[in-house]
Write a new protein. Structure first.
Length: 225
């Protein structure tokens, strides 16, 4: 079996990648790794609280590796921290890193360059699945998520906090990717076949910061990590 580390964003794509990988008899998932904004103690870009992230890891039944990043963070610092993650993975006998990327070739090429000399193989279990089909497959398959971050330059901020469901897909304006792959929106997953039980997620304050609208979520059944 191939030992795999999963890049975990706290959102729907990495969650569905987890679901797909668990269906592969040749894959052994060993852990999930997430970058955290140290200034806010939240998942970078998605804005998910650490407590929600830890609840996701418990529900997924996987060890959680967190990578603290300063704010602001230079690309040099980011790459140094990720080199440390790769070295740890190799030391623990992990052979590959899986990503939930969908179709952006420059993002995939960057991941591949990052891993090129590490001895780790990049895996892309959702690559080039048409995103309209993929979004509906996720929803029909029981994945439940809410929009945690909206880029207000690409999508109206009123979408922040909404459920990722068929109604949302119908309401998305033309040109917005159904999975938000161009950064239109990010999600926080709280239920699905990849979790042993759903999270009890409550939507709190909606905040507009630097052109992004964030929905704050709290996990009500918090337990010690």
């Amino acid at each position: 079996m191939k030992r795999v580390l999963l890049s975990w964003s706290s959102g729907k794509d990495s969650a569905w990648a987890l679901h797909k990988l668990r269906g592969d008899a040749e894959i052994e998932l060993c852990a999930m790794v997430t970058t955290l904004n140290s200034a806010f103690d939240r998942v970078a870009m998605h804005g998910t609280r650490r407590t929600v992230l830890e609840a996701q890891a418990r529900a997924a039944g996987l060890p959680l590796w967190t990578v603290p990043l300063p704010w602001p963070c230079t690309n040099e610092i980011y790459e140094q921290r990720m080199e440390e993650v790769c070295a740890r993975a190799v030391a623990e006998g992990i052979q590959a890193v899986a990503f939930g990327d969908l179709f952006l070739p420059d993002v995939r090429a960057y991941r591949e360059r990052q891993l090129q000399d590490t001895g780790l193989e990049p895996l892309f279990p959702l690559w080039e699945i048409p995103t309209d089909r993929l979004a509906r497959e996720m929803i029909a398959g029981g994945l439940r998520a809410r929009l945690s971050c909206v880029d207000s330059k690409q999508l109206d901020g009123s979408f922040a906090g909404r459920e990722f469901d068929e109604a949302l897909l119908r309401d998305l304006p033309p040109g917005v990717d159904p999975c938000g792959e161009r950064g239109e929106f990010h999600t926080c997953v709280y239920a699905g076949p990849m979790f042993s039980a759903p999270l009890d997620l409550e939507t709190g304050e909606i905040v507009n910061r630097d052109g992004f609208v964030f929905a704050d979520f709290e996990e009500l059944s918090e337990q010690p990590a």
